[in-house]
Unconditional design. Structure first.
Length: 173
């Protein structure tokens, strides 16, 4: 077990998998967290509940990355233009996906190595999102779709010879 580290991030439990949302101040971490909660209510993704907003604690337990809300911020989320609001939250969840907002390495068709990150020694699927791009559709796709083919040459899977396939996801087959 590693010492708990506090990080500037938000996290939402979607079904049984937590999404850790990182990025610079103003990048939209709270917005994406709230969008995921709303997507859960709308049935676009499994039920979603806040773990923490703005600041969370990370811990490695049994080879898994665990996220917890910062004690003073538990159950609070910022809704831009509306202020700090109280909402339901969960005290702990296992991180299964990292979303990096305003990521310098975000690309339309990112290389496989950009789709993973190591946090506290744990390798986790990752979505790098470019500044100004709406992250919710990417996260929903990662949570609800699987790869179209076990082939590493995704463009070969398309009739027209070019690919627009999502790489490794955390969705189940």
């Amino acid at each position: 077990m590693t010492p708990e580290a506090s990080v500037h991030a938000s996290a939402v439990l979607v079904g049984d998998r937590a999404v850790l949302i990182r990025g610079p101040s103003g990048a939209g971490k709270s917005r994406l967290a709230f969008d995921l909660i709303l997507a859960g209510r709308a049935g676009q993704v499994p039920t979603a509940i806040l773990v923490g907003d703005d600041r969370v604690h990370l811990d490695t337990v049994g080879g898994q990355l665990v996220v917890r809300p910062a004690p003073g911020l538990a159950g609070l989320i910022e809704i831009r233009g509306f202020g700090i609001r109280r909402c339901d939250f969960i005290g702990e969840a296992v991180v299964a996906l990292v979303v990096d907002l305003d990521a310098a390495d975000a690309e339309r068709l990112p290389p496989p190595e950009a789709l993973q990150t190591r946090v506290n020694g744990v390798l986790i699927p990752r979505i790098p999102v470019t500044a100004g791009f709406a992250p919710l559709p990417l996260v929903v796709a990662a949570l609800t779709t699987t790869e179209s083919s076990p082939s590493r040459n995704h463009s070969a899977d398309c009739v027209k010879g070019f690919g627009n396939h999502i790489s490794p996801t955390i969705a189940t087959e």
